[in-house]
Each structure stands twice: as C-alpha cells, then as structure tokens.
Design a protein around this ligand. Structure first.
Ligand code: NDP
Length: 479
C-alpha cells in the first residue's frame, strides 16, 4: 500500500479502482452498480454553474486596505479608522465577453472589492471607469443585449451597438473612455478603479456626506495599443489574469492609492450636474481627491472556482458609516446583484468561505438549498423572542434622507447635458490620443449603415465639433 491518502467517493468510501469501469465480461456493457463511475459522470455534468450574464470572465486576489489618513469627520465606519488594516478580496473582470473570452477585449473592466470589516462585509462593486453607459436601470438589459450577440446569428454585430447608442447620448462619456487608450488596459495592475456610483458617508454626529471612491494605480497607467490588444486576444486570451497571478506569486504586489471626493449633503441640490447621475463625474476642481489609504493585493486564491467564480458581490453590502445615495443605477444594483447571486449560487451563497463575513453573522434566515453550516442549531428562528436571541440596535440607524417631488417617470434626457463631460475628456487628450480615439471609433463603425453612423456622429459633434468631424473623416461618412 502506498503512503498517499486514500481516494474516496463523495460519501467517503475508499475507491479500489479508478482506471477501469465495471463491465459484464471483458467486452460487455457496463453495470449500473458502478457507483464510482456514475458519480464521476453525474458530477462532471454539473460542474458548471450559470456564468454571470455580465462580468463573466474574471480574476481575483486577496489583499489589504490600510488607512493612512484620518477621515473620521466624514465617516464613523470602523474600516476607515486611521491605522486600521482590513482584509479584502478583489475580483477584476471584463464585462461583455463570456467566461472563455479574451482578457484584452476593448471593454470596461470590473473592479469589485469585498472588504471583510469588523462590522460586516462592505462591497464596493466598481469599474475601471468613473462613469457608466446608463443612468436609468430600466435601460440596462436593452443596452447589454445590444452589445452582446445577435439573437438570429449568435454573432456580435456592430450595427446593433451603434443603433442602440444613436438613441442613448448619455453613453457618450463612457464611450469616450472605452474607445480611448484606457479601453484596453495592460492587464489589471496598471489601471485605476472607481466606485463610480455616489455613495454616502455618515459621521459620529450622524451627518451625511456624498462620496465617490477612487483607486489610483501605484504601478502607473499602462495601456495596450489596439493592435497589441487584438493580437493578445488570439495568442494569450488569459493575459490579464496571468499577469496578476504571476506578479503576486513573485511578490510584486500591486497597490492602489485609495482616495475619496466628498460633497456636503446639501451641495447636491445646487451642484452644476446631478451628483446621482452615473454618467457624470464630479470635477476634481470642485471636489478634490482626499487621501484615505493604500490597497495592496498580496495573496492568490488556492482554487479558482471556489474563490473567484463563487465570489459574490453586492453594492447593497454596506457597513455603519457608509450608505447609499439616490443614484437610480445604484438603487437597482442593490436589488439586482444579490438576486443574480441567489440564482447563480443559491440562497445561502453568503456562507461560502470567500463570501462569509469575518465578523459574527446573526440572522434569522434558516434552511434553503445547500445549508452547509449548522443552520444556527437549536437557536430559535423568530424575533422578537424571549430567549435572548439577537436583536436590532437603533444606534446603527442612518439619519433620515429628505426626498421631495412627484412619483413619476422622468425623462432624464430633458434638460440634461450629455455632451459637455465627454467633450471635456476629449479636450483633455493630446493630439495622438485624440487620433487613436477617433480611429478606434471609426474602426468600430465599419460596416454600420450610414444613417446610423450619421446619427451617432451628430452626438460626437455636439461633444466637440473636432471630435465628430475627425470620426466622420475616418469612417468616410459626411456629417
Ligand atoms: P481633471 O483634469 O482634474 O481630471 C482628469 C482626469 O482624467 C484624471 O483623473 C485623469 O486620470 C483622467 N484621465 C486622463 N486620461 C483619461 C482617459 N483617457 N480616460 C479616462 N480618464 C482619463 O479634470 P476634471 O475632474 O474636471 O474632469 C475632466 C474630465 O476628466 C471628465 O469629464 C472626465 O471625463 C475625466 N475624468 C474625471 C474624473 C473625476 O473623477 N473628476 C475621473 C476620471 C476621468 P489620471 O490622474 O489617472 O491620469
């Protein structure tokens, strides 16, 4: 007998034979009583869980957030106390491609962080862009459908993309980032992350501030040329994941400076743009970046499926001192993310090791598929109860948020400037960067009917006449 461990079935029984099936005679058919064979086939057929509809292809790592600056005047959150170090898990991803797609596609990159704080998990589910294509979640599935596969052919189709965008000028700001050099970052280490949404911070006096989170790469920004990104998509589709994994293995730990922009609560009523509109940034000149700390990734997962694929994030996971905002997209994601995870992983997904809070979890939820812990044993499952079960604590309540206006379906295009900030970004780029941006856009419009191209060019022209004219020239369509 060898001194390796004994191989077993899933029920723990020793496996005497793992090379040859049990058959009736040398040439004979197989026997149904070969439970080891049946278990292998059946488990294999169930190895895949539904992949995420968006952000399917990802890579992740563990690390720490270290707070170097005192921001207690804005937030009472334990995680922000100066000197605090909090463990975290970060999952990077591309958005539109399937689980087997290439890492270097032109696409926003997901930047989802789970902070295992002493007061429960805080998830900041952001991107490498400070804005998004949409500001109303009612349009989210339409937008994603237009970017994904044609229902008839199963192929991606640029006409559908630009057809959708001709009706969605709110996407221009994000489109400008996407087709700029930052649309093809050189892996995951050389790009910034952004919480993107406006959240709130609440201090110990129960005062509310609006906040935007920024993660500035300390490796410096590095992007791939459009050509290199395309080459890598063929030659090394796992380029970004491998780069991250190998850097961490050789202890070249990637780091990001963590910063916030802070807006006093009442400024929201008077700021020049709606601060809860996910297609807009807050200018740094108006709300300068404030240092918070440093984030470092320093440990690779041991098992991709258990830790990266089963990692489940929700912007609904906040902790005392951090709260939501009226941002409509955020409001929808607070519902949608846990909804997707319950479907993808099952109702008890928060108890999986990578998702489980480090702090004590005391809920009255019980049972459900795959309840693989003790299910709170003999503890009673209703509240209030007279047996000393966990109770609510009013000290964690947020200050009330003033809301006014009529309940209605408001047209967010009316009186909204969808062009200036995209134009600001265009004007911020140097001549070569503008040239690459407009070339990338013109290339992406190849084969799209002229009427659709023209409608889109009108939008780019409104951002900056030179922007629209330059694309028009390259795509060969008159404005
Ligand atoms: P600032 O000049 O203060 O900030 C410009 C920002 O643009 C910097 O954060 C810079 O990031 C970033 N940037 C540079 N090149 C690109 C690119 N190709 N794609 C995306 N971002 C880039 O100006 P404002 O704050 O007034 O903003 C002006 C414009 O800058 C905005 O309309 C917006 O498009 C863009 N921007 C603004 C951000 C914000 O939060 N205010 C954040 C990111 C972009 P870095 O420091 O890493 O070079």
């Amino acid at each position: 007998m060898s001194n390796t461990k004994t191989m077993t079935t899933a029920a723990g029984a020793p496996v005497p034979e793992n090379q040859h099936s049990l058959s009736a005679g040398l040439r004979g058919p197989l026997l149904l009583q070969d439970v080891h064979l049946i278990e292998k086939l059946a488990h294999f057929a169930r190895e895949r869980i539904p992949e995420r509809v968006v952000h399917a292809k990802g890579s992740g790592a563990y690390g720490t957030l270290t707070i170097t600056n005192d921001i207690s005047k804005y937030s009472k959150a334990d995680v922000f106390k100066k000197g605090t170090q909090t463990e975290l898990f970060l999952r990077f991803s591309t958005v539109a491609g399937e689980k087997g797609s290439a890492d270097t596609e032109r696409d926003p990159r997901g930047f989802a962080i789970k902070f295992y704080t002493k007061q429960g998990n805080w998830d900041l589910v952001g991107n490498n862009t400070p804005v998004f294509f949409e500001r109303d979640p009612l349009k989210f599935s339409d937008f994603i459908h237009s970017q994904k596969r044609d229902p008839r052919t199963g192929y991606k189709n640029a006409t559908r993309m630009w057809d959708y965008w001709q009706f969605a000028p709110e996407a221009l700001h994000q489109i400008t980032i996407l087709f700029s050099d930052r649309g093809t970052p050189d892996g995951y280490r050389f790009m910034n992350g952004y919480g993107s949404h406006t959240y709130s911070l609440i201090n110990s006096k129960n005062e509310r501030f609006w906040v935007k989170f920024h993660f500035k790469t300390l490796q410096g920004i590095k992007n791939l040329s459009a050509q290199k990104a395309q080459e890598l998509a063929g030659s090394d589709p796992d380029y970004a994941g491998r780069d991250l994994f190998e850097a961490i293995e050789r202890k070249d730990f990637p780091r990001w400076a963590v910063k916030v922009q802070i807006m006093p609560e009442t400024d929201a009523n008077t700021y020049k743009v709606n601060p809860f509109d996910l297609t807009k940034i807050w200018s740094h000149k108006d709300y300068p970046l404030i240092d918070v700390g440093v984030m470092e990734l320093n440990r690779n997962p041991e098992n991709y499926f258990a830790e990266v694929e089963q990692a489940a994030f929700s912007p609904g996971n906040v902790v005392p001192g951090i709260g939501f905002s009226p941002d409509k997209m955020l409001q929808a994601r607070i519902f949608s993310y846990p909804d997707a995870q319950r479907y993808r992983l099952g109702v008890n997904y928060q108890f999986l090791p990578v998702n489980r809070a480090f702090s004590e979890v005391n809920t009255y939820h019980r049972d459900g598929a795959m309840r693989f812990d003790t299910n709170y044993g003999r503890q009673d499952n209703y509240e209030p109860n007279g047996f000393g079960g966990p109770t609510q604590k009013a000290e964690f309540a947020e200050p009330p948020l003033k809301i006014d206006g009529d309940a209605d379906r408001f047209n967010s295009h009316l009186g909204n400037d969808d062009f200036s900030q995209a134009g600001d970004l265009y004007r911020l780029l140097n001549t070569e960067e503008r040239d690459r941006l407009t070339t990338n856009l013109a290339n992406a419009m190849k084969g799209v009917p002229a009427a659709i191209v023209r409608a889109n060019l009108q939008h780019f022209h409104k951002c900056d006449p030179e922007y629209g004219e330059s694309i028009a020239r390259k795509v060969g369509v008159s404005l």
